[in-house]
Every structure is written in C-alpha cells, then in structure tokens.
Design a protein around this ligand. Structure first.
Ligand code: NDP
Length: 248
C-alpha cells in the first residue's frame, strides 16, 4: 500500500460496479478512507469487505444521487465518521442510449438527473466543507461523448458535455479556495454500462462497435483518477481524455 492519501477522505459515487468500484479500491490502496455510494447496498458491502481485507478503510452509504435526502445523508454520514471530505469522485452514471424519436420521456429525464443534476447537487452539498478546509478535489466523470458526437445519444451527450462545462465553470469559483476540479473523459471502458441500454438493437450495435476495440479496463480509469488526485497542491489537471488505442 502507498501512502500519498493517508488521512484523506474520499467519496466515490457509483462505487457498486465498474469504474467507481475500481477507483474506490485504488484510492484506498493509497491510504484514503473511502466512502462508497450507490443504490446496490450488497455490492457496496462486498467492495468494502475487499478493501478492508486488503488493509484499507471503507464506509458504505447507500445512495441514490437523484434523491436530495440521500445526498444530504451521504455528506452527513461522511462528516460524522471522518470529519472531512478531501476527494469527491462524481462517477455515478448511466447511458440509456436511444433515438430521440423512440425514447420515452423517463429515459431522457433519468439520464440528465443521474449524470448531471445528481453530480451538481452532490457537489453543491460538499463544496462548503471543502471551502472551510481550504482544500479539496472534485473529479467528475464526463466522457469522450462530451466532445465527440454519437448516434442515439443526444440526451447522454448533452449530460456529459454539461458535466465538462460545469467542471470548468466550477473551477473559476472554487480554485481560490484551494479546491481542484478535474473532468475525466473516458472512451470505451469494459463495464456493465452497456447492459443497461433499454433498446436491444441499439445495445447490440454499441456492443458490436465496442467489440471491435481492445476496450479499457475500469482499473485504467481508476489509475488515472488516482494520478489526478495525487499531484502537488499547485497542480490542477483540468481534464483527461483517455481512449483505447484503437478508438480513433
Ligand atoms: P457501471 O454501469 O458499471 O457503473 C455505473 C454506476 O453508477 C453503478 O455503480 C451504479 O450503481 C451507479 N448509479 C447509477 N444510477 C445511480 C443513481 N441514481 N444513484 C447512485 N448511483 C447510481 O458503468 P461505468 O463504471 O462504466 O460508469 C461510471 C461512469 O463512467 C459513468 O458516469 C459513465 O457515464 C462514465 N463513462 C463510462 C464509459 C464506459 O465506456 N464504460 C465511457 C465514458 C464515461 P447502482 O446501480 O448500484 O446505483
């Protein structure tokens, strides 16, 4: 175990699978106490047990980022247990791709609620603590599609481009208080994200496309996030675009 993050406290949302789970393990392996948040409590408990078996420290807080009370509870539980928040990884997300003419309204709404509104709401809940500490690091999961176009994805592209713009605007407001803001823009990563695409044909097409590549592993993004949050205080890595070598 490394020790760069000894004594630091990190909240990771969407920690029940994929990139969030790998990131929680990676931050814990560098010494951070990790607060793991998502809706599936069983997966979070398993993750926390793995982290603790490896000598790390984890706290499970079941959270739906679209529910205000859950957001408040996540922050309160973290402060009750540890008294500070050094790192917030806003990773919870979903990608229910669909053609705008065929999507139901709920799909469009949920996409914005989880990927963008939830991220903004949790950031809003955490920033006062970081301002008081005069330090902190907020890492937001945008996507390659925050920059490049993708079919059947107008709602998801809008959410992820929104994450990028939110991050850059937020930095203007909080940098003076010693708070770092970074956005991470992954290309194809091998997780369960695609399994939740509701339309079978759209899901198959995206899986076929991703199948042509040697997709990234969640650990590749976890390593990147860990690199981003272990820089000297004067450094702010504003954004990282990271894609499989063959996703060009
Ligand atoms: P996963 O589907 O494996 O993970 C998504 C996580 O988000 C799960 O832990 C899920 O947990 C959580 N989540 C979903 N809805 C909510 C909610 N309402 N409240 C709290 N947590 C929620 O996918 P990835 O690991 O791939 O995705 C992580 C992030 O990376 C997402 O923001 C995604 O958009 C982004 N990304 C992924 C890429 C990829 O190719 N995989 C590429 C670019 C960006 P639970 O269901 O338990 O709540």
């Amino acid at each position: 175990f490394g020790s760069e993050l000894d004594g630091q406290v990190a909240i990771v949302t969407g920690a029940s699978s994929g990139i969030g789970s790998a990131t929680a393990k990676s931050l814990a392996s560098r010494g951070a106490s990790v607060v793991v948040a998502a809706r599936r409590e069983g997966e979070l408990e398993e993750l926390a047990a793995t982290i603790e078996d490896d000598g790390g420290d984890a706290l499970v807080v079941p959270t739906d980022v679209t529910v205000d009370d859950d957001i408040d509870n996540l922050v309160e539980a973290t402060l009750d247990e540890y008294g500070r928040i050094d790192i917030l990884v806003n990773n919870a997300g979903l990608m229910p791709l669909a053609h705008i003419g065929e999507a139901d309204r709920e799909t469009l709404q949920t996409t914005i609620d989880v990927n963008l509104t939830g991220l903004i709401t949790l950031t809003h809940a955490v920033v006062p603590t970081m301002m008081e500490q005069e330090s902190g690091h907020i890492v937001n999961l945008s996507s390659v599609v925050g920059r490049f176009l993708q079919a059947n994805s107008s709602h998801y592209n809008a959410a992820k481009a929104g994450v990028k713009m939110f991050s850059d605007s937020l930095r203007l407001d909080v940098a003076e208080a010693g708070i770092h803001v970074s956005s991470i823009e992954p290309g194809a990563v091998d997780t369960e994200l695609l399994d939740h695409i509701p339309d079978d044909e759209v899901q198959k097409n995206v899986k076929d496309y991703v199948g042509t590549m040697d997709a990234l592993a969640p650990e590749d993004i976890a390593r990147t996030i860990t690199f981003v949050v272990t820089q000297p205080a004067r450094v702010d890595i504003n954004e990282v675009l990271i894609r499989p070598l063959d996703q060009v």
